[in-house]
Each structure stands twice: as structure tokens, then as C-alpha cells.
Design a binder for this molecule. Structure first.
Ligand code: G6P
Ligand code: G6P
Ligand code: BGC
Ligand code: BGC
Length: 893
């Protein structure tokens, strides 16, 4: 009797052992898995076999791991693991190198995971909206990195079409579509905030980047979680699906698909097939279904059902209860009594009464299934590290794997078995596994930062702008005060213009207008019949490069010649007319018609003029043609006067054109350099030189420095070079070249035209910025430079244009804010009501003005500012000044 029972038990035990033996892999089995994985890796990389390979080897367009110079504030989304997270990640570089993160986890209900794509993305955007509210960041347009833990076919860092859903997701109308586009559309649908989606990354890539931030040897990312996958840094020359042979790119292997071509059928069991058949994606992700957290419990359940059916387990339970078994719990070695009690408790929770034997068997099943999973991952990993080692032609190699995922983190033995297997199968590699502490969202932000590195420094927060505004106000004060003026960068030049037009001006004048993009001569007639009216006729003359870069004598001779021509055409050769001269360069004036050029700026560089009185030079050239130069005015002053003619409140004039500058009405008592304390005088700030003493170094970028080095006046006009029309196009060009060189744009191709200075113009920037036709424009403009930009490239170029011109508008808003706040203090009113006269080709371009106005209102909230575009240039204003000068002169005479 006893022997019969013992024999039956022994037979049962054998049956159980046989069942589990099919799930136990020998070292030969594992070696074969490694070899087959290697074959599939190679097939995925090669063009001819890629389409049929079960391991897809998807290019990620991540070319490098972070190097610690990344910085900025980013938003990240992390979708596809157990949790959906929205994060804000603040990265600091330098000695204070650090990453700070704030995140919130959101639920994705099953009906949304498996509903329509539109519902899914709307839900995601709603969560972002909640997060931005929660963080109080709705109004800041942040760059976003999107960790999307599903296989995506990427054609750029911010473009990826979903190959197929995996794990628990099955939303309709997504497969084959670009996930970034779907996210953008959902953001548009909500119409509540704006984000720059800079990068879409797989969780393996994000994990690798997270770990690589701490350990530069980290060149592999592994996820052993709900799903299973690996990425690693592959040589470009081996990635046939992407052009180019230089350097490396991270490849998302999508090894979860390994075996879809039946190559591991020998080790798959009927339990694996049952799990597959019951899944959302039958036939797919076969390796994942043997190795990842979402399926291990299901495999265990299938085995337990089988054993129960065969009378080997749970004899006290009814068959219906099998359904309940879902878990694969972390289990400790069989000798551990506590663990057995745990097993019983878990089974109890599932409504299963177990005997002691039952618990032992369940525990063995769990151990076998998870052991196999860890070994399979180890075999796959061995194939990867050996491939990298061979790529590098090395005998021995040290490498780090960044790992994340609930299975790896929570299972008591998974990581150990994984490591042991790698060691056994890839003995020539010394592999270290580092757990990613902060998930792959941090990595996505770092990738965003790597890409945004060039642009990051161009996004200025209101906080920074406020700070710049303060610095500029200090400079204004320094320039006005006689002690500090000699060393002040912002020269605060007195103009001897004491009031804006009062409506009594009249006469017939000539105006010269030199220094902007056009050289103009005008005749301005101001008459008084009931109402003051102004009549103007003008002609534009060329100023060829050899003249503006030649001798001063030649330049002024040219001006005189053009003037002679103009007078002849106007039939005023014999008239004695007063001339107002708009000369758009920094001049130290001692009176209205004595004006010493301090330094050339912009495109001008004629010799022998700096330090000279330009009235004397011009008079010499004209040789008394019967004209009198009554007044020299800066273009800002001319603009303020032109606008003042229409709006008595106008007391500021600014130019945002080829160059940039501002003037405003200052209290005479604050102007040390001019005697007298009563009334006001217009001060030409010459704000273009702001920063020439290093004051703006913290916000200048490598591109600003390059522009400066290549300019006619290195080290000077540093503020002007960050903001004005002469430099904006060139700034964009330099960024494009740099990003192309680093492989982020144009697939790394650059034509000689694009490499040529000046080939990308400021007017191009504004036409590309237009949201509708901008992308086509980008294609045209780059096409003319011999480039063949992809649709993605065009989006990126548009993005760069917007950021560069936005920075310009922001910086000007900060300096203008400085002037406005000073005016307000001068007046001692709690609120400032004033008008700013503006001119210049950049200001007139596409969305520039709107941006400037908006920022000024944010920076100086206690003001009502009217921005008035000068319709007729600064010459009308120059004529007004001339009229006043003439009147004063004739009164004196
Ligand atoms: C990290 C990432 C997730 C990823 C997950 C995998 O935490 O941030 O995006 O999918 O690991 O783990 P899980 O076990 O949650 O699937
Ligand atoms: C006005 C003035 C010019 C000035 C110009 C700036 O039109 O008349 O003297 O220099 O604006 O604009 P620009 O874009 O031509 O440099
Ligand atoms: C996906 C991978 C992902 C992995 C881990 C798999 O199902 O296909 O893209 O990396 O899960 O989350
Ligand atoms: C000059 C200023 C001028 C500005 C706008 C700058 O380069 O120094 O005098 O007002 O350009 O034309």
C-alpha cells in the first residue's frame, strides 16, 4: 500500500519534472539562442534581409550619448511601460551638473489603450494639460522628449511611425502613422498650449541615455519589464538602412520579435503557444512572450492549469478557479519556508486552497519560467556584446548596460541569472549592469537636450529677460554719468534734439539717409495751409561695397555726386536748401551740425572717417553746392521725430533693421555731458554695443561668437550681432551647418553653397517662419542652395528660424523694457503711457512685431505702450529737426 502511494507520487513527480524539463534550457540551447540572435541582428541591419528579419534593428537617430554639457528645461512623456508619466526635467551642466525631475503618473484605462488612436492621444494631451496646470507652466513653450515604448520606424529623431502595438496596447488607426504627428494633432485639437516635440525615443534608448549620463561606458540599454527589448550603439557603416558611414547610431533592436520566423520553435513549448494565441498580437513578439513581465505569469498559469487537469496539482479545487491564477511572484529558493507560506497566501488570495506539495510545485514552476526568461535575455545580450566587441576588433571589452523594468527590478533572481548567462556565453566581455534609477523619461529629456544644445541657449526665460533688462538699465545709468561714461558700453550720446515736432515746422528741405539697407536722398516740403502737410519725393542710390569699404573721401564724394544728381533731377540746383542728414552710425555730437563718427558699424568700413566730423567731410565733398547741412541725426532720432509728428506722445525711437538702436527723451538734469538742468534732450543710446564689456557672455552662444569673429568689427556691437537683420540669417545658417555636421539634419549632407557665408538671408528666416507656406519656402530656399531637405528637415529648419528670431524679439524687448522703466521712473507716475516710434526691415517682417509687443507688455506690465511704425522712414523726422534748426538759426541771425 505504502509502496503503491510512493510509486504514484514518484510517477507524478516524474511527470511534473518532465513538464518543467521542456522549459529548462541547456547550455547548448542557450549557445544556439545566442547564435541565432546574432544571425537575426545581422539580417535586421542589412538592406537585403531587413524586411524579413524578425529582429527589426530600427535606427533611432540618436548619434551619441550625453557628455554632460547638456542643459535646459524639458518636458518628457513616458508611455508604454506599467506607468504613463509626464515629467519636467531640469538639466544643469558644468560643475553644478545635475538633473532634477518632477513627475506625475497618470492612469491609462484599458478602454483607452484599446480604443481609438484619437482617444488615446487626446487622453495623453489632457494629462499633459493637467500636469502643466499643476506645475504652473502652461504659458512656457517647452521642448518635449517623448519616450514611446513601442517599435517605431524612425526617419528622424522627431519622426517615427508605429510599426505595431505590443504589450497591452491596441488602439485603432495608429499603426503605420507617425506618433509625433498624432501627438501634435491632439495638441492642436485641444488648442490650449503649445509644445516643441523635439524627439521620440524608445524606452531602451531613454534608459541607455539615462545611464550614460553617469557612466560614459554605457552603450547598451535593456528593458526587462512589461515588455522586453534592447538597444545599443552600432557603427553607422553597419546600418544599411541609414545613409552615411561615419560614427555611430543607437539601434533599437526590438528583439522581442525574435522568433517570429520560427527560428526558435525548438525551444518554444505548447504553453508558449497558448500564451501567444491568447494575446492581443498572436504570432508576434515571440521572444518577448517568453521573457517579459506581461507574459511570465500567463505562462505559469498555463502550466498550472495543465498540471491540475492532469491531476498533479490542486486536487481540492474546482476547475473554474484556474482562471484566477495570474501571477508570477518573486519567489525565493525552495528551502525557504517563509517563501512557501507566501506562495500559499498568494494562492489563497486567488481562491485556491493549496497543500504544502502544491506550494512547492507552484514555486518550482515559477522559478523555472523566470529562470528561462533571464537565461534567454542573457543569451540575447551575449550576442549583442560580442557583436559590439567584434565591431571594435577587440579581444576583450568592458561595457556597461543600462537596465530598467519591473521584472529586472523586482524579481529576486532575474538579474543574477541574466548576468551569469552573459558571463558564460560572452566570456570575452566584462559586462556591468547599471540600474536606471529615474526611468527613461530622463534619457528622453537628455536626448532632447543633446539636440536642443544648440538652441537651448537661445530660449530665454522671462526671468533671464528681466535680468537682462536690469543690466541694461544699469548701463543706461553708467552711460549718462560723467564718471562712468568713459568705460560704459552703451554710450548714451546727446543729440541736441530737445523736443518732438510741435506742428509749427515748415520749409523745403533735402534729406540724406545713409546707413540702413538703402541710401536715399529726399526732398521734404512741409507746408502750412490750415493743417501741416508733408510732401516727399525720394530716390535710392547704390552704395557699392568698394565704396563703403574704400576711402572716406571716396565715400563722401559719392554722396556728394548723388546729391548733385538728385538736385539736378529735382531742378533745384540753384536753390539754397537746408540739408538734414540721417547718418545711422554712432556719433558724438557737440551740436546739431557737428558730429564725430565714433566707429563704423554694420557693413560700413571706409577709412579715415572714424574720429572725424562728418559734416566737415561732407561739406568738403559738396564744395558749397549752395546747400547747408543744418542737422545730423541718428536714424533712431529721425524715426522718433517722424512718429512724433503724428503722435505727440512719442518719446522713444527704435530701429530693428540691418542694425539696431534706440533713442529716448531723457531729463537734462540726468545728462552729465550736457550743461543745463531744465527740460529734456533726446539721447541716442547706441544699445548695439551693449555686452561689449562681457556683460552678455552668459547668454551668447558659440554661433554668436562665430558671427562676431567673421564680422567687420570683431568684439564690437555684440548685442546688435545677436539681434539685428544683418546677422539673423547668418546665425540660422551657422546652426544649420553645425547640426548637419553632427548628423541631426539633412542626413549629414551639406553643399558648398550652404557652407558659404551670407547665403542664408534674414528675409528667408521670416518667410520660413510663416506657419502655412513656411515649410514649402524652406524647401525652396534650401533647394536653391543645392540641398534636398526632407519634410522633417524643413520642420526643423522652421523651428530654428523661429527660435533665432524669437530670441531677437525677446532681447530687444528686454532693452526696450529698460528704457521704458527708466522713463516711468523719470516721470514718477505709477503707470507709463507712451508711444514708441519704430522702423527697420526686421521689425516689419512676419511675426516679429507681435512677439516684441507681447514680451514688452510682460516685462513692463505697468505701462501702456503704443508701437507706431514709421511709415516714411527717418527722413521726415530729419527734416523736422532741420526745420527747427533752421528756425533757430534764422532767429539768431
Ligand atoms: C522605465 C521607462 C518606461 C519603460 C519601463 C519598463 O521606467 O521609463 O518607459 O517602459 O521602464 O518597465 P515596465 O516594467 O514598467 O514595463
Ligand atoms: C529707416 C531709416 C534708415 C534706417 C532704416 C533701418 O528707413 O530711414 O535710415 O537706417 O530705417 O532699416 P534697415 O532695415 O534698412 O536697416
Ligand atoms: C516594445 C519595445 C519596448 C519594450 C519594453 C516592447 O513590447 O516593442 O519597443 O522597448 O516593449 O518596453
Ligand atoms: C548704429 C546705430 C544705428 C543702428 C540702426 C547701428 O549699427 O550704430 O547708430 O542707429 O545701427 O541703423
Amino acid at each position: 500500500m505504502v509502496t503503491a502511494v510512493a510509486q504514484r507520487l514518484a510517477a507524478q513527480r516524474r511527470e511534473i519534472n518532465d513538464t518543467l524539463a521542456r522549459l529548462s534550457l541547456s547550455s547548448e540551447n542557450l549557445q544556439q539562442v545566442k547564435d541565432k540572435m546574432r544571425v537575426e541582428l545581422e539580417r535586421g541591419l542589412r538592406k537585403d534581409s531587413h524586411s524579413t528579419a524578425s529582429v527589426k534593428m530600427l535606427p533611432s537617430f540618436v548619434y551619441r550619448t550625453p557628455n554632460g554639457t547638456e542643459r535646459g528645461k524639458y518636458l518628457a512623456l513616458d508611455l508604454g511601460g506599467t506607468n504613463f508619466r509626464v515629467l519636467v526635467v531640469k538639466i544643469r551642466s558644468g560643475i553644478r551638473k545635475s538633473v532634477r525631475m518632477y513627475n506625475k503618473i497618470y492612469a491609462i484605462p484599458l478602454e483607452i489603450m484599446q480604443g481609438t488612436g484619437e482617444e488615446l492621444f487626446d487622453h495623453i494631451v489632457q494629462c499633459i494639460s493637467d500636469f502643466l496646470d499643476y506645475m504652473g507652466m502652461k504659458n512656457t513653450r517647452l521642448p518635449l522628449g517623448f519616450t514611446f515604448s513601442f517599435p517605431c520606424r524612425q526617419t528622424g529623431i522627431d519622426k517615427g511611425s508605429l510599426v505595431s502595438w505590443t504589450k497591452g496596447f491596441k488602439a485603432t488607426d495608429c499603426e503605420g502613422n507617425d506618433v509625433v504627428e498624432m501627438l501634435r494633432e491632439a495638441i492642436k485639437r485641444r488648442n490650449e498650449f503649445d509644445l516643441d516635440i523635439v524627439a521620440v525615443v524608445n524606452d531602451t534608448v531613454g534608459t541607455m541615455m539615462t545611464c550614460a549620463y553617469e557612466d560614459p561606458k554605457c552603450e547598451i540599454g535593456l528593458i526587462a519589464g512589461t515588455g522586453s527589448n534592447v538597444c545599443y550603439m552600432e557603427e553607422m557603416r553597419n546600418i544599411e538602412m541609414v545613409e552615411g558611414d561615419e560614427g555611430q547610431m543607437c539601434v533599437n533592436t526590438e528583439w522581442g520579435g525574435f522568433g517570429e520566423n520560427d527560428c526558435i520553435e525548438d525551444i518554444r513549448t505548447r504553453f508558449d503557444r497558448e500564451v501567444d494565441e491568447g494575446s492581443l498580437n498572436n504570432g508576434k513578439q515571440r521572444f518577448e512572450k517568453m521573457t517579459s513581465g506581461m507574459y511570465l505569469g500567463e505562462i505559469v498559469r498555463q502550466i498550472l492549469i495543465d498540471l491540475t487537469r492532469r491531476g498533479l496539482l490542486f486536487r481540492v479545487n474546482t476547475p473554474q478557479v484556474y482562471k484566477n491564477i495570474k501571477c508570477v511572484t518573486p519567489l525565493s529558493p525552495p528551502s525557504d519556508r517563509l517563501a512557501l507560506l507566501q506562495v500559499r497566501a498568494i494562492l489563497q488570495q486567488l481562491g485556491l486552497d493549496s497543500t504544502c506539495d502544491d506550494s512547492i510545485i507552484v514555486k518550482e514552476v515559477c522559478g523555472t519560467v523566470s529562470r528561462r526568461a533571464a537565461q534567454l535575455c542573457g543569451a540575447g545580450m551575449a550576442a549583442i556584446v560580442d557583436k559590439i566587441r567584434e565591431n571594435r576588433g577587440r579581444n576583450q571589452m568592458n561595457i556597461t548596460v543600462g537596465v530598467d523594468g519591473t521584472l529586472y527590478k523586482l524579481h529576486p533572481h532575474f538579474s543574477r541569472i541574466l548576468k551569469d548567462t552573459v558571463k558564460a556565453l560572452a566570456p570575452q566581455c566584462d559586462v556591468e549592469f547599471v540600474l536606471s534609477e529615474d526611468g527613461s523619461g530622463k534619457g528622453a529629456a537628455l536626448i532632447t537636450a543633446v539636440i536642443d544644445k544648440y538652441l537651448y541657449a537661445m530660449r530665454l526665460s522671462d526671468e533671464t529677460l528681466m535680468d537682462i533688462m536690469k543690466r541694461f538699465r544699469r548701463e543706461l545709468g553708467n552711460g549718462l554719468c560723467s564718471d562712468t561714461n568713459p568705460t560704459a558700453t552703451v554710450k548714451m550720446l546727446p543729440t541736441f534734439v530737445r523736443s518732438i515736432p510741435d506742428g509749427s515746422e515748415k520749409g523745403d528741405f533735402i534729406a540724406l539717409d545713409l546707413g540702413g539697407s538703402a541710401f536715399r536722398i529726399l526732398r521734404v516740403k512741409v507746408s502750412h495751409e490750415k493743417k501741416q502737410t508733408v510732401q516727399m519725393e525720394s530716390q535710392i542710390y547704390d552704395t557699392p561695397e568698394d565704396i563703403i569699404h574704400g576711402s572716406g573721401t571716396r565715400l563722401f564724394d559719392h554722396v556728394a555726386e548723388c546729391l548733385g544728381d538728385f538736385m539736378e533731377k529735382q531742378n533745384i540746383k540753384d536753390k539754397k536748401l537746408s540739408v538734414g542728414f540721417t547718418f545711422s552710425f554712432p556719433c558724438a555730437q557737440t551740436k546739431l551740425n557737428e558730429s564725430y563718427l565714433l566707429t563704423w558699424t554694420k557693413r560700413f568700413k571706409a577709412s579715415g572717417v572714424e574720429g572725424m566730423d562728418i559734416v566737415t567731410l561732407l561739406n568738403k565733398a559738396i564744395k558749397k553746392r549752395g546747400v547747408d547741412i543744418m542737422a545730423v541725426v541718428n536714424d533712431t532720432v529721425g524715426t522718433m521725430m517722424t512718429c512724433g509728428f503724428d503722435d505727440q506722445r512719442c518719446e522713444v525711437g527704435i530701429i530693428i533693421g540691418t542694425g539696431t538702436n534706440a533713442c529716448y527723451m531723457e531729463e537734462l538734469r540726468h545728462i552729465d555731458l550736457v550743461e543745463g538742468d531744465e527740460g529734456r534732450m533726446c539721447i541716442n543710446t547706441e544699445w548695439g554695443a551693449f555686452g561689449d564689456d562681457g556683460m552678455l557672455e552668459d547668454i551668447r552662444t558659440e554661433f554668436d561668437r562665430e558671427i562676431d569673429r567673421g564680422s567687420l568689427n570683431p568684439g564690437k556691437q555684440l548685442f546688435e550681432k545677436m539681434v539685428s537683420g544683418m546677422y539673423i540669417g547668418e546665425l540660422v545658417r551657422l546652426i544649420l551647418v553645425k547640426m548637419a555636421k553632427e548628423g541631426f539634419l539633412f542626413e549629414g549632407r551639406i553643399t558648398p553653397e550652404l557652407l558659404t557665408k551670407g547665403k542664408f538671408e534674414t528675409k528667408h528666416v521670416s518667410s520660413i517662419e510663416k506657419s502655412k507656406e513656411g515649410l514649402t519656402k524652406a524647401k525652396d530656399i534650401l533647394g536653391r542652395l543645392g540641398m534636398e531637405p526632407s519634410a522633417d528637415d524643413c520642420i526643423a529648419v522652421q523651428h530654428i528660424c523661429t527660435i533665432v528670431s524669437h530670441r531677437s524679439a525677446n532681447l530687444i524687448a528686454a532693452t526696450l523694457g529698460g528704457i521704458l522703466s527708466r522713463l516711468k521712473d523719470n516721470k514718477g507716475n505709477p503707470r507709463l503711457r507712451t508711444t514708441v516710434g519704430i522702423d527697420g526691415s526686421l521689425y516689419k517682417m512676419h511675426p516679429y512685431a507681435r512677439r516684441l509687443h507681447k514680451t514688452v507688455r510682460r516685462l513692463v506690465p505697468e505701462s501702456d505702450v503704443r508701437f507706431l511704425l514709421s511709415e516714411s522712414g527717418s527722413s521726415k523726422g530729419a527734416a523736422m529737426v532741420t526745420a527747427v534748426a533752421y528756425r533757430l538759426l534764422t532767429r539768431v541771425v
